[in-house]
Design a protein around this ligand. Structure first.
Ligand SMILES: [Zn+2]
Length: 461
């Protein structure tokens, strides 16, 4: 299917106008797309006829080339998709509602990072970074010549700082596990951290390699399973960058980020996949929030010893199957014959979704490499999938820190028992879970009899 060749180069057309003619450097002149013209990207002269070259993995950002994925340069675009992940649809709504001028070009003055990240050797290795743009936070510096010339280039990473206030940190202070130092942890329980928000930027050849398929198969699968949302995946095999409409990730750092690449300085890390029900609302069916807040506590302790703690929060709700699928699975778990059980924990997801898990972890280590991580002293996770994914990219992991047993909610025993039986590593407290224990671990029943009732359907008028 991926056999169509790129359309012929187009020098100029009535749809575009050049805004600068001076040619005293290597920076091309931007061609600005007129917003009153709607062109289908499947038409041969409408999309990426003159894409700016990208040399993914090159250490010099100017040679690597800027990722052009804004609507103003349709001819010079070198990426499929749109900025801001799934939020790109809201931009469309804002324009439709007359609230946003489609010609708006952002002013990035004062938006640059508040602490330095990189460059690191890993930035030049596609096997280490292929799902984020390592220069995504320094666009305004690295590509200032492009911006000066009138290119609309967007940062895909923002780097800032925060004070965060969690009740669990206050409880840890009260219990004597955490001690305020007035610097990293304040008397009131607030901790001080640095953070970065990152949106995905995929280099398709390497993403395909990590998923063990050809690039053509990857492109066809995404095209097919999104009902053809991105025809350029098929029509433009020469365009290798894709900004997918999925959630990104957030990095929280306690301590001095400069210490992260130093293998002799302690580094504590958790990579956490979003679970809104537990993380935000405290649902007791899983261990997600307890794991997250336990990790934050360990990160603060490491930072207080002069090291660094990192939590990376991935928007991969419900094992990347989404919250609707997740709740459907909850109902299946609770209503099945014999009630919620560790023995059937994974089967239920597979019955509803056709697959146990779509998080995979092949792209997960990329933000660690972006930060320059080469060794993690304390890894806070029970997932061997995460552990193996990180170690296979060359990062060393010294210790695996288990979740204290008292932090596991009663109804989450089903989850943790099932996971440990299937090879997850939850440490000493959960060692030796056998089939008897698996079969004996049951969750709370629903308040009603557990039978599927007829849903309330509105009557016809
Ligand atoms: Zn959860």
């Amino acid at each position: 299917m991926c056999t169509s060749s790129p359309p012929p180069r187009q020098t100029d057309s009535n749809k575009k106008r050049k805004i600068s003619e001076d040619d005293d450097d290597d920076i091309p002149t931007p061609e600005i797309t007129q917003m009153d013209h709607v062109a289908l990207t499947t038409h041969s002269d409408a999309f990426g006829v003159d894409p700016l070259p990208i040399s993914w993995g090159h250490p010099d950002p100017l040679v690597r080339g800027p990722v052009i994925c804004t609507v103003r340069h349709s001819a010079q675009r070198n990426a499929i998709g749109a900025h801001s992940g799934s939020y790109c649809i809201y931009t469309g709504l804002a324009v439709a509602a007359g609230k946003l001028n489609p010609d708006f070009v952002p002013n990035f003055k004062l938006t640059t990072p508040v602490f330095k990240v990189g460059p690191h050797p890993s930035w030049n290795d596609p096997k280490k970074i292929a799902s984020i743009d390592p220069f995504g936070h320094i666009v305004t510096h690295a590509y200032s010549k492009y911006l000066d010339k009138g290119f609309d280039i967007r940062p895909t990473i923002a780097v800032t700082k925060a004070h965060i206030d969690l009740p669990e940190c206050r409880e840890a202070i009260a219990a004597g596990r955490l001690v305020p130092d007035g610097k990293i942890l304040l008397e009131g329980g607030q901790s001080i951290c640095s953070k970065a928000a990152i949106e995905p930027v995929w280099y398709l050849p390497e993403v395909a390699r990590r998923f063990g398929c050809t690039e053509a198969v990857l492109r066809q699968s995404i095209f097919r399973m999104t009902n053809g949302m991105y025809p350029e995946l098929i029509t433009r095999p020469d365009i290798k960058i894709f900004l997918p409409p999925i959630g990104g990730l957030t990095i929280y750092i306690w301590g001095d980020p400069d210490t992260i690449p130093d293998e002799d300085i302690e580094l504590t890390c958790r990579v956490h996949d979003e679970c809104n029900g537990s993380d935000v609302f405290g649902s007791d069916i899983c261990t997600c929030r307890p794991y997250l807040t336990h990790a934050i506590e360990e990160c603060i302790k490491t930072a207080q010893k002069g090291g660094c703690g990192i939590v990376i929060y991935f928007r991969k709700e419900g094992r990347s199957l989404g919250e609707v699928t997740k709740y459907l699975v909850y109902n299946t778990r609770k209503r099945q014959e014999g009630g919620d059980s560790a023995a059937n924990y994974f089967n239920c997801t597979e019955k509803v979704a056709g697959v146990q898990d779509t998080r995979f972890q092949a792209l997960m280590p990329d933000p660690l490499h972006w930060l320059g991580v080469t060794k993690i002293h304390n890894f806070i996770s029970m997932s061997d999938m995460k552990y193996n994914a990180i170690v296979s990219t060359g990062i060393k992991i010294e210790n695996r820190i288990e979740i204290p047993q008292e932090l596991v909610p009663a109804d989450a025993q089903v989850e943790i028992t099932a996971k440990v039986f299937h090879g997850y590593n939850a440490g000493e407290a959960y060692k030796g879970i056998d089939e008897n224990e698996l079969n004996a671990t049951k969750g709370r029943d629903y308040a009603y009899d557990g039978k599927e009732e007829s849903p309330v359907v509105p009557a016809s008028p």
